[in-house]
Ligand binder design. Structure first.
Ligand code: SF4
Length: 380
Protein backbone atom coordinates (compact mmCIF):
# COMPACT_ATOMS: atom_id res chain seq x y z
CA UNK A 1 0.00 0.00 0.00
CA UNK A 2 1.34 3.41 -0.87
CA UNK A 3 1.36 6.60 1.18
CA UNK A 4 -1.60 8.81 0.43
CA UNK A 5 -1.94 12.57 0.76
CA UNK A 6 -2.91 13.69 4.25
CA UNK A 7 -6.29 15.03 3.22
CA UNK A 8 -8.25 12.23 4.91
CA UNK A 9 -6.33 12.63 8.14
CA UNK A 10 -8.82 13.11 10.96
CA UNK A 11 -11.74 12.50 8.57
CA UNK A 12 -12.48 9.22 10.30
CA UNK A 13 -13.27 11.15 13.49
CA UNK A 14 -15.57 13.64 11.81
CA UNK A 15 -19.18 12.89 12.42
CA UNK A 16 -21.25 12.32 9.28
CA UNK A 17 -23.95 14.94 9.76
CA UNK A 18 -25.91 17.63 7.92
CA UNK A 19 -22.75 19.75 8.24
CA UNK A 20 -20.51 17.04 6.77
CA UNK A 21 -21.69 14.80 3.94
CA UNK A 22 -18.52 13.45 2.30
CA UNK A 23 -20.53 12.00 -0.62
CA UNK A 24 -21.66 15.44 -1.79
CA UNK A 25 -19.48 16.37 -4.79
CA UNK A 26 -19.62 19.98 -3.69
CA UNK A 27 -17.21 19.12 -0.85
CA UNK A 28 -14.46 18.03 -3.23
CA UNK A 29 -15.31 20.66 -5.85
CA UNK A 30 -14.72 23.37 -3.23
CA UNK A 31 -11.64 21.58 -1.88
CA UNK A 32 -9.90 21.16 -5.24
CA UNK A 33 -11.50 23.93 -7.30
CA UNK A 34 -12.61 21.35 -9.89
CA UNK A 35 -14.22 17.93 -9.99
CA UNK A 36 -11.88 15.17 -8.89
CA UNK A 37 -12.40 11.47 -8.40
CA UNK A 38 -12.93 11.17 -4.65
CA UNK A 39 -15.57 8.45 -4.58
CA UNK A 40 -15.70 4.93 -6.02
CA UNK A 41 -18.81 2.77 -6.14
CA UNK A 42 -18.29 -0.96 -6.66
CA UNK A 43 -20.89 -3.41 -7.91
CA UNK A 44 -19.93 -6.52 -5.97
CA UNK A 45 -22.81 -8.80 -6.94
CA UNK A 46 -25.74 -9.14 -9.30
CA UNK A 47 -27.48 -11.64 -7.03
CA UNK A 48 -30.48 -10.57 -5.00
CA UNK A 49 -33.30 -12.26 -3.07
CA UNK A 50 -35.76 -9.57 -4.16
CA UNK A 51 -37.00 -8.32 -7.55
CA UNK A 52 -38.38 -4.84 -6.92
CA UNK A 53 -40.75 -3.25 -9.36
CA UNK A 54 -38.58 -0.14 -9.59
CA UNK A 55 -35.14 -1.78 -9.52
CA UNK A 56 -32.79 0.46 -11.45
CA UNK A 57 -30.31 -2.40 -11.99
CA UNK A 58 -33.02 -5.05 -12.49
CA UNK A 59 -31.84 -6.02 -15.97
CA UNK A 60 -28.42 -6.99 -14.58
CA UNK A 61 -29.73 -9.34 -11.87
CA UNK A 62 -28.78 -13.01 -12.27
CA UNK A 63 -29.31 -16.36 -10.53
CA UNK A 64 -25.65 -17.42 -10.48
CA UNK A 65 -22.43 -15.55 -11.02
CA UNK A 66 -18.66 -16.08 -11.17
CA UNK A 67 -16.10 -14.83 -8.63
CA UNK A 68 -15.28 -11.14 -8.55
CA UNK A 69 -11.84 -9.82 -9.51
CA UNK A 70 -9.18 -10.85 -6.95
CA UNK A 71 -9.12 -8.81 -3.75
CA UNK A 72 -5.54 -7.70 -4.41
CA UNK A 73 -6.62 -6.18 -7.73
CA UNK A 74 -9.56 -4.38 -6.10
CA UNK A 75 -7.39 -2.92 -3.35
CA UNK A 76 -4.74 -1.92 -5.84
CA UNK A 77 -7.39 -0.15 -7.92
CA UNK A 78 -8.49 1.85 -4.85
CA UNK A 79 -4.92 2.49 -3.83
CA UNK A 80 -4.28 4.24 -7.12
CA UNK A 81 -7.07 6.77 -6.55
CA UNK A 82 -5.05 9.61 -5.14
CA UNK A 83 -7.82 11.64 -3.52
CA UNK A 84 -10.17 8.85 -2.47
CA UNK A 85 -12.54 9.97 0.29
CA UNK A 86 -15.56 7.66 0.05
CA UNK A 87 -16.46 4.20 -1.26
CA UNK A 88 -19.84 2.54 -1.81
CA UNK A 89 -20.48 -1.17 -2.20
CA UNK A 90 -23.61 -2.06 -4.11
CA UNK A 91 -25.41 -4.90 -5.87
CA UNK A 92 -27.82 -6.77 -6.03
CA UNK A 93 -27.76 -7.55 -2.37
CA UNK A 94 -24.04 -7.26 -1.48
CA UNK A 95 -24.34 -9.70 1.44
CA UNK A 96 -26.25 -12.35 -0.54
CA UNK A 97 -23.31 -14.76 -0.26
CA UNK A 98 -21.57 -15.09 3.10
CA UNK A 99 -18.28 -15.68 1.31
CA UNK A 100 -18.49 -12.30 -0.39
CA UNK A 101 -18.91 -10.67 3.01
CA UNK A 102 -15.94 -12.48 4.50
CA UNK A 103 -13.53 -12.49 1.60
CA UNK A 104 -14.28 -9.20 -0.14
CA UNK A 105 -16.52 -6.79 1.75
CA UNK A 106 -14.82 -6.90 5.14
CA UNK A 107 -11.27 -6.59 3.74
CA UNK A 108 -12.38 -3.65 1.54
CA UNK A 109 -14.01 -1.96 4.55
CA UNK A 110 -10.90 -2.56 6.65
CA UNK A 111 -8.78 -0.98 3.94
CA UNK A 112 -11.09 2.04 3.85
CA UNK A 113 -11.02 2.45 7.61
CA UNK A 114 -7.24 2.31 7.70
CA UNK A 115 -7.03 4.96 5.00
CA UNK A 116 -9.62 7.30 6.59
CA UNK A 117 -12.00 6.70 3.66
CA UNK A 118 -15.72 6.66 4.52
CA UNK A 119 -17.76 3.65 3.43
CA UNK A 120 -21.34 2.82 2.49
CA UNK A 121 -23.14 -0.41 1.63
CA UNK A 122 -26.48 -0.53 -0.18
CA UNK A 123 -28.47 -3.43 1.23
CA UNK A 124 -32.05 -4.59 1.65
CA UNK A 125 -31.24 -5.87 5.19
CA UNK A 126 -33.64 -8.80 4.80
CA UNK A 127 -31.15 -11.62 5.50
CA UNK A 128 -30.06 -13.02 8.87
CA UNK A 129 -28.78 -10.50 11.41
CA UNK A 130 -25.45 -12.32 11.58
CA UNK A 131 -24.85 -11.50 7.90
CA UNK A 132 -24.70 -7.80 8.84
CA UNK A 133 -23.33 -7.80 12.37
CA UNK A 134 -19.67 -8.35 11.30
CA UNK A 135 -19.82 -5.05 9.38
CA UNK A 136 -20.48 -3.02 12.53
CA UNK A 137 -16.87 -2.15 13.42
CA UNK A 138 -15.96 -0.94 9.91
CA UNK A 139 -18.95 0.49 8.09
CA UNK A 140 -19.86 4.18 8.15
CA UNK A 141 -23.28 4.14 6.43
CA UNK A 142 -25.70 1.28 5.85
CA UNK A 143 -28.02 2.46 3.11
CA UNK A 144 -31.37 0.72 2.73
CA UNK A 145 -34.37 1.24 0.47
CA UNK A 146 -37.61 1.76 2.32
CA UNK A 147 -40.73 2.47 0.29
CA UNK A 148 -43.39 0.64 2.23
CA UNK A 149 -46.08 1.21 4.82
CA UNK A 150 -46.79 -2.46 5.60
CA UNK A 151 -46.14 -6.09 4.60
CA UNK A 152 -48.63 -5.91 1.74
CA UNK A 153 -46.78 -2.99 0.14
CA UNK A 154 -43.48 -4.79 0.56
CA UNK A 155 -44.87 -7.90 -1.11
CA UNK A 156 -46.36 -5.98 -4.00
CA UNK A 157 -43.35 -3.76 -4.68
CA UNK A 158 -40.45 -6.00 -3.66
CA UNK A 159 -41.30 -9.12 -5.66
CA UNK A 160 -43.13 -7.67 -8.63
CA UNK A 161 -40.47 -8.85 -11.08
CA UNK A 162 -39.81 -12.30 -9.61
CA UNK A 163 -41.23 -14.04 -12.66
CA UNK A 164 -43.05 -16.58 -10.45
CA UNK A 165 -45.51 -16.33 -7.55
CA UNK A 166 -43.87 -15.63 -4.20
CA UNK A 167 -45.78 -16.62 -1.05
CA UNK A 168 -47.10 -13.80 1.12
CA UNK A 169 -45.89 -15.56 4.29
CA UNK A 170 -42.35 -15.70 2.93
CA UNK A 171 -42.24 -12.01 2.03
CA UNK A 172 -43.83 -11.08 5.38
CA UNK A 173 -40.92 -12.83 7.12
CA UNK A 174 -38.42 -10.84 5.07
CA UNK A 175 -40.25 -7.60 5.86
CA UNK A 176 -40.14 -8.33 9.57
CA UNK A 177 -36.46 -9.32 9.33
CA UNK A 178 -35.64 -6.04 7.60
CA UNK A 179 -37.39 -4.01 10.27
CA UNK A 180 -35.89 -6.00 13.11
CA UNK A 181 -32.36 -5.86 11.61
CA UNK A 182 -32.69 -2.10 11.17
CA UNK A 183 -33.73 -1.67 14.80
CA UNK A 184 -31.03 -3.95 16.20
CA UNK A 185 -28.22 -2.59 14.07
CA UNK A 186 -29.23 0.99 14.87
CA UNK A 187 -29.24 0.18 18.56
CA UNK A 188 -25.80 -1.39 18.17
CA UNK A 189 -24.53 1.91 16.74
CA UNK A 190 -24.79 1.47 12.97
CA UNK A 191 -25.66 4.60 11.00
CA UNK A 192 -28.60 3.52 8.86
CA UNK A 193 -29.81 5.79 6.12
CA UNK A 194 -33.17 4.74 4.69
CA UNK A 195 -33.91 5.91 1.18
CA UNK A 196 -37.40 6.42 -0.15
CA UNK A 197 -37.99 7.16 -3.78
CA UNK A 198 -40.74 9.52 -4.75
CA UNK A 199 -42.83 7.84 -7.41
CA UNK A 200 -46.40 7.19 -8.43
CA UNK A 201 -46.84 4.72 -5.54
CA UNK A 202 -45.15 6.55 -2.70
CA UNK A 203 -45.87 10.24 -3.26
CA UNK A 204 -48.99 10.23 -1.12
CA UNK A 205 -47.59 7.95 1.58
CA UNK A 206 -44.33 9.66 2.42
CA UNK A 207 -45.47 10.78 5.86
CA UNK A 208 -46.33 7.22 6.90
CA UNK A 209 -43.14 5.82 5.42
CA UNK A 210 -41.14 8.51 7.23
CA UNK A 211 -42.77 7.63 10.53
CA UNK A 212 -41.74 3.97 10.19
CA UNK A 213 -38.18 5.00 9.35
CA UNK A 214 -38.04 7.10 12.51
CA UNK A 215 -39.49 4.28 14.58
CA UNK A 216 -36.86 1.84 13.29
CA UNK A 217 -34.16 4.12 14.71
CA UNK A 218 -32.60 5.21 11.39
CA UNK A 219 -30.31 8.21 11.62
CA UNK A 220 -31.20 9.62 8.23
CA UNK A 221 -34.07 9.58 5.77
CA UNK A 222 -33.00 10.04 2.16
CA UNK A 223 -35.52 11.05 -0.46
CA UNK A 224 -34.87 10.84 -4.20
CA UNK A 225 -37.07 10.76 -7.26
CA UNK A 226 -37.39 7.32 -8.85
CA UNK A 227 -34.81 6.79 -11.60
CA UNK A 228 -36.41 5.65 -14.81
CA UNK A 229 -33.87 2.90 -15.46
CA UNK A 230 -34.18 -0.85 -16.09
CA UNK A 231 -37.30 -2.25 -14.35
CA UNK A 232 -38.52 1.31 -13.61
CA UNK A 233 -38.26 2.41 -17.22
CA UNK A 234 -41.92 1.75 -17.99
CA UNK A 235 -43.46 2.86 -14.70
CA UNK A 236 -45.54 6.06 -14.73
CA UNK A 237 -43.50 9.25 -14.36
CA UNK A 238 -44.67 11.52 -11.55
CA UNK A 239 -45.40 15.10 -12.58
CA UNK A 240 -43.18 17.84 -11.18
CA UNK A 241 -46.27 19.34 -9.51
CA UNK A 242 -47.00 16.11 -7.66
CA UNK A 243 -43.39 15.79 -6.65
CA UNK A 244 -43.25 19.34 -5.29
CA UNK A 245 -46.49 18.78 -3.39
CA UNK A 246 -45.19 15.53 -1.90
CA UNK A 247 -41.98 17.18 -0.71
CA UNK A 248 -43.82 20.10 0.90
CA UNK A 249 -46.15 17.70 2.67
CA UNK A 250 -43.25 15.63 3.93
CA UNK A 251 -41.51 18.75 5.22
CA UNK A 252 -44.75 19.80 6.96
CA UNK A 253 -45.18 16.47 8.71
CA UNK A 254 -41.67 15.08 9.25
CA UNK A 255 -39.94 14.50 12.55
CA UNK A 256 -37.35 17.27 12.42
CA UNK A 257 -35.08 15.50 14.90
CA UNK A 258 -33.79 13.18 12.17
CA UNK A 259 -31.64 14.28 9.27
CA UNK A 260 -33.47 14.39 5.99
CA UNK A 261 -31.37 14.29 2.85
CA UNK A 262 -32.83 15.06 -0.57
CA UNK A 263 -30.88 13.98 -3.62
CA UNK A 264 -31.03 14.19 -7.42
CA UNK A 265 -34.05 16.50 -7.25
CA UNK A 266 -35.38 17.83 -10.54
CA UNK A 267 -35.59 21.42 -9.25
CA UNK A 268 -32.86 23.89 -10.06
CA UNK A 269 -32.01 27.46 -9.18
CA UNK A 270 -31.86 28.29 -12.90
CA UNK A 271 -35.57 27.47 -13.33
CA UNK A 272 -37.90 30.42 -13.74
CA UNK A 273 -40.85 28.61 -12.17
CA UNK A 274 -41.63 30.37 -8.86
CA UNK A 275 -42.88 27.12 -7.32
CA UNK A 276 -39.46 25.57 -7.86
CA UNK A 277 -37.71 28.57 -6.42
CA UNK A 278 -39.84 28.68 -3.28
CA UNK A 279 -39.32 24.94 -2.71
CA UNK A 280 -35.55 25.35 -3.05
CA UNK A 281 -35.64 28.28 -0.60
CA UNK A 282 -37.65 26.24 1.86
CA UNK A 283 -35.28 23.28 1.61
CA UNK A 284 -32.35 25.56 2.32
CA UNK A 285 -33.95 27.03 5.43
CA UNK A 286 -35.37 23.88 7.03
CA UNK A 287 -33.38 22.63 10.02
CA UNK A 288 -31.76 19.20 9.66
CA UNK A 289 -32.44 19.11 5.90
CA UNK A 290 -29.76 18.90 3.23
CA UNK A 291 -29.86 18.68 -0.55
CA UNK A 292 -27.05 16.57 -1.95
CA UNK A 293 -25.67 17.21 -5.40
CA UNK A 294 -25.46 14.12 -7.56
CA UNK A 295 -22.07 12.38 -7.23
CA UNK A 296 -22.39 10.24 -10.38
CA UNK A 297 -19.84 11.42 -12.90
CA UNK A 298 -19.00 14.46 -10.74
CA UNK A 299 -16.72 12.95 -8.10
CA UNK A 300 -17.72 9.29 -8.48
CA UNK A 301 -17.65 6.43 -10.94
CA UNK A 302 -19.00 2.88 -10.71
CA UNK A 303 -16.79 -0.18 -11.20
CA UNK A 304 -18.19 -3.58 -12.07
CA UNK A 305 -16.09 -5.93 -9.92
CA UNK A 306 -16.55 -8.87 -12.32
CA UNK A 307 -15.29 -7.26 -15.49
CA UNK A 308 -13.47 -4.17 -14.25
CA UNK A 309 -15.63 -2.01 -16.52
CA UNK A 310 -16.12 1.57 -15.40
CA UNK A 311 -19.49 3.33 -15.69
CA UNK A 312 -20.88 6.71 -14.74
CA UNK A 313 -23.38 4.96 -12.43
CA UNK A 314 -24.47 1.41 -11.72
CA UNK A 315 -27.86 1.90 -13.37
CA UNK A 316 -27.57 4.04 -16.45
CA UNK A 317 -27.66 2.40 -19.83
CA UNK A 318 -24.58 4.42 -20.75
CA UNK A 319 -21.77 2.22 -22.05
CA UNK A 320 -18.59 1.69 -20.03
CA UNK A 321 -15.86 4.25 -20.70
CA UNK A 322 -12.87 2.41 -19.28
CA UNK A 323 -11.61 -0.71 -17.56
CA UNK A 324 -9.54 -0.92 -14.40
CA UNK A 325 -7.68 -3.98 -15.68
CA UNK A 326 -6.08 -1.71 -18.28
CA UNK A 327 -6.07 1.81 -16.84
CA UNK A 328 -5.92 3.70 -13.56
CA UNK A 329 -9.26 5.00 -12.30
CA UNK A 330 -7.90 8.55 -12.01
CA UNK A 331 -6.97 8.49 -15.71
CA UNK A 332 -10.34 7.04 -16.75
CA UNK A 333 -12.12 9.72 -14.73
CA UNK A 334 -10.03 12.53 -16.28
CA UNK A 335 -11.01 11.35 -19.75
CA UNK A 336 -14.69 11.23 -18.78
CA UNK A 337 -14.44 14.72 -17.33
CA UNK A 338 -12.62 16.30 -20.21
CA UNK A 339 -13.84 14.43 -23.26
CA UNK A 340 -17.06 12.49 -22.81
CA UNK A 341 -19.90 14.20 -24.74
CA UNK A 342 -22.53 13.19 -22.16
CA UNK A 343 -20.67 14.82 -19.32
CA UNK A 344 -20.43 18.01 -21.36
CA UNK A 345 -24.24 18.29 -21.34
CA UNK A 346 -24.68 18.52 -17.56
CA UNK A 347 -21.42 19.59 -15.94
CA UNK A 348 -22.55 23.09 -15.06
CA UNK A 349 -21.77 24.79 -11.77
CA UNK A 350 -23.39 27.72 -9.97
CA UNK A 351 -21.50 28.48 -6.81
CA UNK A 352 -24.14 30.88 -5.56
CA UNK A 353 -26.79 28.14 -5.62
CA UNK A 354 -24.49 25.40 -4.30
CA UNK A 355 -25.41 23.41 -7.41
CA UNK A 356 -23.28 21.41 -9.81
CA UNK A 357 -25.89 20.33 -12.30
CA UNK A 358 -28.55 17.68 -12.77
CA UNK A 359 -28.33 13.91 -12.64
CA UNK A 360 -28.23 12.56 -16.20
CA UNK A 361 -31.31 10.37 -15.80
CA UNK A 362 -33.34 13.05 -14.06
CA UNK A 363 -32.39 15.56 -16.76
CA UNK A 364 -33.50 13.06 -19.36
CA UNK A 365 -36.82 12.45 -17.59
CA UNK A 366 -37.84 16.06 -17.02
CA UNK A 367 -35.61 18.35 -19.10
CA UNK A 368 -35.10 16.54 -22.39
CA UNK A 369 -34.31 19.52 -24.60
CA UNK A 370 -32.70 21.80 -22.05
CA UNK A 371 -29.02 22.63 -22.36
CA UNK A 372 -27.96 23.25 -18.76
CA UNK A 373 -24.60 24.55 -19.92
CA UNK A 374 -26.33 27.66 -21.25
CA UNK A 375 -28.16 28.33 -17.96
CA UNK A 376 -27.26 30.06 -14.73
CA UNK A 377 -28.81 30.26 -11.30
CA UNK A 378 -31.17 33.20 -11.13
CA UNK A 379 -31.70 32.82 -7.42
CA UNK A 380 -29.87 31.61 -4.37
S1 SF4 B 1 -25.46 24.48 -11.79
FE1 SF4 B 1 -26.62 24.02 -13.64
S2 SF4 B 1 -28.53 23.10 -12.93
FE2 SF4 B 1 -27.60 24.13 -11.16
S3 SF4 B 1 -28.53 26.14 -11.15
FE3 SF4 B 1 -26.64 26.29 -12.30
S4 SF4 B 1 -27.23 26.01 -14.44
FE4 SF4 B 1 -28.94 25.27 -13.18
Amino acid sequence: MKKWPNENKGAEDRLISPAYDPWDPMQSLRQFGRHRLTSVEMTITNLCNMRCEHCAVGDSLVMTEPEQLPLSMILNMLDQVEHLQTISITGGEPTFRKRTVEEKIIPILKYAKERGVRSQINSNLTLDYNRYEPLLPYLDVMHISFNYTNEADFHEVGFARSGHPVKREATARLYQAMMENTRRLSEAGMFISAETMINYRTHEKLQEIHQLIVEMGCQRHEVHPMYAADFAEHLPVLSLDDMRRAIHHLLDTRDSSIWMLFGTLPFFACNSDQEDISLLRRLRKEPNVTVRNDPDGRNRVNVNLFTGDVFVTDFAAIPAFGNVQKDRLDDIFEKWQMEHPLNQTVNCYCDIANCCGPNLLVADMYYKDIDFKTRQAITT
